[in-house]
Design a protein around this ligand. Structure first.
Ligand code: UTP
Length: 310
């Protein structure tokens, strides 16, 4: 493991009591081929930032500055993106282009980022298990590197709060169209006294529409108890021959005595799976429309373009 050793990072690498964040980014991105043949899907630009930067910014906004990325082969551009780039910085400085210089430096100074290689992409559960050494015996957050949650939605802070008060593992759930349940991990739930918080009684990875216990799908944010690690260590490959995080969570959900059980925060805000081509396009359009600099011109064009579609 190593970190970005830039001078500006020194203050951010001081130990803090905040939870660590784990960002699995070692997947092969087959849904986005051939774009992802040589470029990690997490580096696909959403307007003018790679998808992964939105995810790191979300973690930092929630107070999580110690970030471990679980990477793999072909993922070097991710490390380069969060590192200093003196040749570009000097050029922008000479030109007096301070706005771009700030944007470039922002990515390098965002967080204290560490890297571990997954080796073989054997599944999300396997990627999370690779974080054990770095995380140790404390609760930790997992943010999928291709899942963007709308800025200011407050999902992660709410999950961290729930984890702290309940001493349980917390997952993020979203209602999906029943037709789409075979694409997700789906939760069986029962209500709690809080409106948007449910107790998770069971989980199933990508069930058929008929076998699904609900239409509440797991999305890419988790705050987990460290007890998940020894469970993952003994989790056999499941669906798709991958070691599934959902299968290990199912063990935690089945017995509240192990580590407080599993609760779900039901999220109703904006979320984009940028590893999916259609969702990626929606992310670009929505985020560009909301931008102060590009939004007015872009939406003007978009409105007239939509009219031409009839
Ligand atoms: P996905 O299933 O979306 O990633 O995993 P994938 O396998 O790259 O996707 P497709 O289906 O081939 O397009 C969710 C997250 O888990 C990471 C991915 O990088 C993504 O952020 N992941 C998945 C790993 O880090 N390692 C794995 O072995 C699998």
């Amino acid at each position: 493991m190593h970190n970005n050793d830039g001078m500006a990072n020194i203050s951010s690498s001081r130990p803090s009591n905040a939870l660590k964040a784990v960002l699995p980014v070692a997947g092969l991105g087959t849904r986005f081929l051939p774009a992802t043949k040589a470029l990690p899907k997490e580096m696909l630009p959403v307007v003018d930032k790679p998808a992964i930067q939105y995810v790191v910014e979300e973690a930092v906004a929630a107070g999580l500055r110690d970030i471990l990325m679980v990477t793999g082969r072909n993922k070097a551009p991710l490390e380069n993106h969060f590192d200093r780039v003196p040749i570009v910085e000097n050029l922008l400085l000479q030109k007096g282009d301070f706005a771009r210089l700030d944007a470039v430096n922002h990515a390098s100074n965002l967080a204290d980022i560490h890297y571990v290689r997954q080796g073989n992409p054997l599944g999300l559960g396997h990627a999370v298990l690779r974080a054990w050494q770095h995380v140790g015996q404390a609760p930790f957050a997992v943010l999928l590197g291709d899942d963007i949650i709308g800025e200011g939605e407050g999902l992660l802070p709410h999950m961290l709060e729930q984890q702290a008060t309940r001493g349980a593992s917390i997952i993020a759930l979203m209602e999906v169209d029943p037709e789409h349940v075979p694409m997700y991990g789906i939760a069986a739930v029962e209500p709690t006294s809080e409106n948007d918080v449910v107790r998770v009684t069971g989980l199933v990875e990508k069930p058929s529409k008929e076998a699904a216990p609900s239409n509440l799908a797991i999305i890419g944010r988790y705050v987990l108890q460290p007890e998940i690690f020894p469970i993952l260590e003994h989790t056999a490959p499941g669906r798709g021959n991958e070691i599934q995080l959902t299968d290990a969570l199912q063990v935690l959900a089945a017995d509240e005595k192990i580590a407080g059980g599993v609760y779900g925060v039901v999220f109703r805000g904006k979320r984009f799976d940028t590893g999916d081509r259609l969702d990626y396009l929606k992310a670009v359009v929505q985020i560009a429309s909301g931008r102060e600099d590009l939004g007015p011109d872009f939406t003007k064009w978009l409105t007239s373009f939509v009219k031409t579609l009839g």
